[in-house]
Structure formats: C-alpha cells, structure tokens
Design a protein around this ligand. Structure first.
Ligand code: GDP
Length: 310
C-alpha cells in the first residue's frame, strides 16, 4: 500500500499524475494542484491547472493542445465575442460546462476544494484532486514596464514580454487547503511533478507552513525535472528561468528544490548534470522522463514508485 502525494501544475504534472493513477489505487494517491493561475472569464471561475489534471484523469485531454477537452468546439466563445466579450482565452463549449458548474458551486457557498471534489467525482475520477488553497492567490508576471495578470502574460501576450520577476499576490494570507494538510500528514512519499518550476510548483510550496512541512517530512520527497536538454518540452519555463538569470537546466531546477527534495529525477540526456546536482546534497536518479505516450507515463510512474523502497 502506497500513500503518495503528488504536487502538480498543468501539462507536465497531468502527464505524470495520469501514469501514477494507472498504478495506484484511489486511496493511495492524492494530487494537490496549483491554483495561482486561476482567473475569472465571462464571470466564470477558471482553474486551468486543476482542469488539465482532471481532464487527464478523466481521459478527456486534448492531446494536441495539452489543455481543454478533446473534440471540443468553440461556438459559445464565438457567440460571446459577437456580444462584445474578449475571446483571447480559449474556452471550449464542453469546457465551459466545468467552469459554469464550478462557479455555481462557489456561489452557493462551497469552497474551491468542495467544488473540485464535486467536479472530479462527476467526471468519474476516483483519485483525490485537491486545490492547493481555498483562498485566492494570483500569479503576477512583472516586466520592465508593468505587472501583468498571469493569463494576460501567458495567453494573451504569449509570454512575449521579458519578465523581471514573479509575484504570488495573496500568498501571505492564503492557507493551504485542509485536504492538502491532511494529504501531507497521511503521505509516505511526496512527488513533485515535472511542472513549471517558476510559476506552478512555487505557489504550492510558498503557502504558509508548506515548505517547513515538506522539509521536515518523514518520508521521501522525489522531484522530476521539467527541463530536459537545457530546455522545456513545452511552455515558457525555460524562457522564464533565463530571464530570471537562473540556469536553464535540471541543475537550475534542483537549486530551487534544495532542502525539500531528497531525490531528483533527471532525463538520460542530462546525465552530465548529475554530479553538480549531487553537490547540492540531493541524490539523483537518471532515467527516461519524456512522457509522450500513455506507456511512457506509466513507465515513469512505476520507476518513481520503485525508488520509494530503494
Ligand atoms: P504549464 O501549466 O503548461 O506551464 O504546465 P506545467 O506547470 O506542467 O509546466 C510545464 C513544464 O512541464 C515544462 O517545463 C515542460 O518541460 C514540462 N513537461 C511537459 N511534458 C513533460 C514530459 O513529458 N516530461 C518531463 N520531464 N517534463 C515535461
């Protein structure tokens, strides 16, 4: 019997979590997901990372985009545009149902955790999907000239402006969700998924008390590098690291996880970085970490689980 807590952002996290969910029973896996990318569009609460994880677990992922629901259409968004709304944040017709239901649950007084639990169950997901917090935290991308809401930077401006910093607005007043704390106390292993090390994992770790809980965690904390061959497989992680003067490498990511991670998993491509990572006081495991197919996701998940007992 395993008790694994996975910390995840969007695309990279969702891939690994899917692999883990194919091996671990529902009571063996909890997934805590970043909510600092959440925003409101057309009056609806959208949780991009939570949805990417839920759609992956429900077998609904649009493999081409990595976000949204496969086969979705965008008729409602076109109609909204005609009515004067902006349409730069793509929301499919089926996807909108998730946001409508989440928003109505929140309006009826449910917490984000309760709303997520409801949505996950209705999508047929049996593993626990837990938002990192029920309180609002909002990632801001700071550039030379302005501070942008994360989705404005990420989607509307396609990550083009160079960033000089990142700020998690509200992080000092946000509490980790109760289920997050419960999941840490029950866990025997924590897996930090290969998610963006600047904007997806840090908000989770920076919630009050979390870094301390993970630093003092009695079990093993294993992180998988989201950087392979000195670049991100997808998304702006590499560009953001470079602009923040960090090494765009597995070593650069490992530096961020000093003190919280016992074992860092890097791709075969990055074998040469292993000694420098070990210098940081973190053990290294080298394997194939690229998850293109379902088989890759399960293989990496199995590989990680075998490290728990070794
Ligand atoms: P985002 O919300 O779209 O930024 O998604 P994430 O928070 O999951 O972060 C994206 C990171 O996931 C990037 O650094 C990618 O390199 C990484 N990633 C995506 N797919 C894979 C994969 O198959 N293997 C590994 N190791 N990393 C991946």
């Amino acid at each position: 019997m395993y008790k694994v807590l996975a910390l995840a952002g969007g695309v990279g996290g969702a891939k690994l979590v899917l692999g883990l969910s194919k091996i671990l029973k529902p009571e063996e896996l909890s997934i805590v997901v970043n909510t600092a990318d959440d925003d409101v569009f057309h009056g609806l609460h959208v949780s991009p990372d939570v949805d990417t994880v839920m759609y992956a677990l429900a077998g609904l992922t649009n493999e081409t985009t990595g976000w949204g629901i496969k086969g979705d259409t965008f008729r409602t968004l076109s109609a909204l545009k005609k009515l004067g709304d902006e349409d730069w944040f793509q929301l499919g017709d089926l996807d909108l149902a998730t946001h409508i239901k989440r928003t109505s649950l929140l309006h009826s007084g449910k917490s984000l955790s309760q709303a997520t639990d409801h949505l996950a169950k209705k999508l047929g997901i049996s593993h626990r999907v837990i938002p990192m917090s029920d309180d609002p935290v909002k990632t801001k991308a700071i550039t030379e000239s302005e501070e942008l809401d994360f989705q404005d930077y990420f989607v509307r401006k396609k990550c083009e402006p160079a960033i000089t910093g990142i700020r998690f607005d509200g992080i000092n007043n946000a509490k980790p969700s109760e289920k997050f704390i419960e999941a840490i106390s029950e866990a025997e292993t924590i897996i930090i998924c290969p998610s963006n090390p600047i904007v997806s994992i840090p908000p989770i770790l920076e919630l009050s008390g979390i870094t301390e809980l993970i630093s003092n965690f009695h079990g093993k904390t294993i992180a998988v590098s989201p950087i392979i061959g000195k670049k991100a497989l997808k998304g702006p992680a590499g560009k953001m690291m470079m602009e923040l003067n960090e090494d765009v490498s597995s070593l650069g990511v490992a530096k961020r996880y000093v003190g919280i991670c016992d074992l860092f998993v890097i791709d075969n491509t990055d074998i040469k970085e292993a000694p420098d990572i070990e210098e940081l006081g973190i053990n290294v495991h080298i394997t194939s970490t690229i998850m293109n197919s379902q088989k890759d996701k399960i293989t990496l998940a199995k590989n990680l689980l075998s490290l728990i007992s070794s």
